[in-house]
Ligand binder design. Structure first.
Ligand SMILES: C[S@@+](CC[C@H](N)C(=O)[O-])C[C@H]1O[C@@H](n2cnc3c(N)ncnc32)[C@H](O)[C@@H]1O
Length: 295
């Protein structure tokens, strides 16, 4: 294994405040997405295994945030002496894109500040070509897209996949509409406190039947859930990652109040309170969908 390379791609420097604030995740800045969601190393490695990198030449890490999944995919390959495929990161927040650029430096990785809905590089205006990728991987991204644009999202992914290519999506996936609607209300409170107002307006958490229908309408086949899991979101980690500045000192009280209003989630023990802490257990799924050879 090339230790120098590993060091370069896992280096995680501090980043200064953004000069231009646009997207929700510009405001969020540096944070640990996996820790917030309660994902451990074993779970994340098993997710990367499902991407089947051994058999992929071109991978799109879409809605990639700070590039943590790409870093993990690269490390996975290096540790197993698998050749690293060409990877394209596509991320809407310029701040998250910059974090990825500062921590990933490999010739086979392209980092684009871009929009998944148009598959456009917002800097150059170039659009990712049809039939380019063997895999499109999304980790905790689809809920950032408003319901009116959800269908466009899966059509865009379908377009850039090669025939036979696979979407591997890890995301929230609800069965119960009331649970879903209550969770949307809780996240609105959190995003308002953080100041991420476009997330307040846009976020949409999918029901399984909606998600599978969107995929089907986009042309995907062999749609199936590979793993069901729970997002485990602990209030103390939310506080540390989002609300640690003094001006947000009242944030936890507001968040707890929002969680207590979520009667169904509480009754179903998806929100559990203990002393001055809470833990949310929310449903998620790793789903795969294939672009057929003939479509
Ligand atoms: C919850 S974060 C997950 C980031 C990353 N996948 C991870 O697991 O750490 C969702 C990301 O989607 C990005 N995003 C939102 N809308 C987008 C769009 N239209 N195109 C590309 N990325 C988008 C956000 O900026 C944010 O970084």
């Amino acid at each position: 294994m090339d230790n120098h390379l590993l060091e370069r791609i896992t280096h995680n420097p501090d980043i200064s405040q953004p000069r231009v604030v646009q997207a929700a995740y510009d405001i969020v800045g540096q944070y640990n997405q996996d820790q917030i969601n309660g994902f451990d190393e074993h779970f994340l490695t098993s997710f990367v295994e499902l991407v089947d990198l051994e058999n992929a030449e071109n991978v799109l890490d879409a809605m990639s945030g700070d590039g943590n999944l790409t870093r993990r995919m690269i490390n996975y390959c290096l540790e197993r002496q698998i050749s690293v495929p060409a990877i394209t990161l596509l991320e809407y927040s310029s701040v998250q894109t910059e974090l990825a650029r500062r921590t990933i430096d490999l010739d086979t990785v392209i980092i684009l500040h871009g929009d998944i809905l148009s598959m456009k590089d917002l800097q150059s205006g170039e659009i990712l070509p049809d039939n380019s990728f063997d895999r499109v991987v999304i980790k905790s991204g689809t809920h950032e897209i408003p319901v009116a644009k959800q269908q466009q999202l899966y059509r865009s992914i379908f377009r850039v996949l090669k025939p036979g290519g696979v979407l591997i999506n890890l995301g929230f996936l609800f069965e119960d509409v009331q649970e879903r609607d209550e969770f949307i209300e809780i996240t609105k409170v959190k995003e308002t406190l953080v100041g991420a107002m476009d997330a307040v307006a846009n976020r949409y958490f999918l029901l399984r039947e909606e998600f599978y229908k969107f995929l089907e309408l986009a042309g995907f086949k062999e749609i199936r859930g590979l793993t069901s899991f729970e997002y485990v979101i602990r209030s103390e980690i939310v506080e540390k990652e989002y609300f640690s500045t003094p001006k947000l000192s009242n944030a936890m009280a507001e968040l707890f109040a929002a969680q207590k209003r979520a009667m169904t989630l509480c009754n179903h023990r998806r929100i559990v309170f203990e002393a001055n802490r809470s833990t949310m257990h929310l449903p998620g799924e790793i789903t795969i969908a294939v672009k057929p050879q003939m479509f």
